[in-house]
Ligand binder design. Structure first.
Ligand code: G3P
Ligand code: CA
Length: 289
């Protein structure tokens, strides 16, 4: 039996106590395939940005996961994509008079009462919005790696410093962890701040900056992560020609690719990573690429 199949079978038996096999990443490196990153966890198969979604990614044999970090009214970092709680929780039912239900207007204790799984499937009823601290501990438990997005930083002054402090407290800025962490944002200012505060951290800029902008941003970023729709072979090659913050070529992770045809097309452009809600679909597509 293939080693990765064995790992998944073992994981299925052991549940969340089973850890990610290194096989998937090692194979990608060996054959020059792009790294596959589970977007908001394995979010096609479990509610996005929950502990269930990163457990699912681990059980599928994928070590890299992506998330989105924002901040509550009382200053707790939480993992959620939208700036409102409405789409991915039952906040309307629990707090009917609090429209538009912004994350920044609710305390951590209030958010902890919300169901972040039922919107996705009744099978996930009772799933919670994780705090970043809870999330990092589960990532560690699962031996996973994290592409952490600082979401809407303009709403949360100082979120870069606060996020780095939490990561440091949890041991993620230690030498052994730094190669398991990338911090990304759509905000150039946010990425610059992260680099200035902790130069050892690998950073990524989301979007499709021009080549002139890329050269300008390269001193404080290591990757550029564009939407696959705007991607060309020429753009990837041009990015690769630029040296990033740590002296290596800028890497390119494309998002959000959920089908085999697009995965092969994007891989053909020469990207270093593919961010996807369906990591199994992308890996299968790349196997025959
Ligand atoms: O990681 C890339 C992707 O997450 C950026 O877009 O809106 O899904 O956070 P979004
Ligand atoms: Ca994101």
């Amino acid at each position: 039996m293939h080693a990765r199949v064995v790992a998944v079978a073992v994981a299925a038996v052991l549940g969340t106590a089973a850890l990610v096999s290194p096989t998937s990443d090692a194979r990608a490196r060996d054959v020059g395939e792009p790294t596959v990153i589970a977007h908001r966890g394995a979010s096609a198969y479990a509610p996005e940005n929950t502990l269930a979604s990163i457990d699912k990614a681990a059980r599928l044999g994928f070590s890299w996961v992506e998330n989105d970090v924002q901040r509550t009214k009382d200053g707790e970092l939480v993992v959620i994509h939208d700036d409102s709680l409405r789409r991915t929780t039952n906040v309307e039912k629990i707090f009917p008079g609090r429209a538009p239900w912004k994350v920044k207007d609710f305390t951590a204790a209030e958010i902890a009462r919300l169901d972040a799984g039922s919107w996705y499937s009744p099978a996930y009823a009772g799933t919670r919005v994780p705090t970043l601290k809870q999330y990092m501990r589960r990532i560690e438990h699962n031996h996973e790696k994290l592409l952490l997005e600082i979401k809407n930083p303009e709403l949360y002054p100082g979120i870069e410093q606060q996020t780095l402090k939490l990561l440091g407290n949890e041991g993620w800025l230690d030498r052994g962890h730094l190669n398991r962490l990338i911090v990304q944002s759509f905000s150039v200012g946010s990425i610059r701040t992260v680099h200035e505060l902790k130069p050892a951290v690998t950073t990524a800029l989301l979007g499709s900056p021009t080549m002139a902008q890329l050269r300008q941003y390269a001193p404080f970023t290591d990757l550029v992560n564009p939407s696959y729709g705007s991607l060309t072979k020429k753009y990837v090659a041009a990015a690769h020609a630029v040296r990033g913050a740590h002296g290596r070529r800028l890497r390119v992770f494309a998002w959000t690719v959920n089908d085999a045809v697009t995965a092969r097309k994007v891989a053909g452009c020469g990207v270093d990573g593919i961010i996807t809600n369906k990591p199994d679909v992308v890996r299968a597509a790349l196997g025959s690429y």
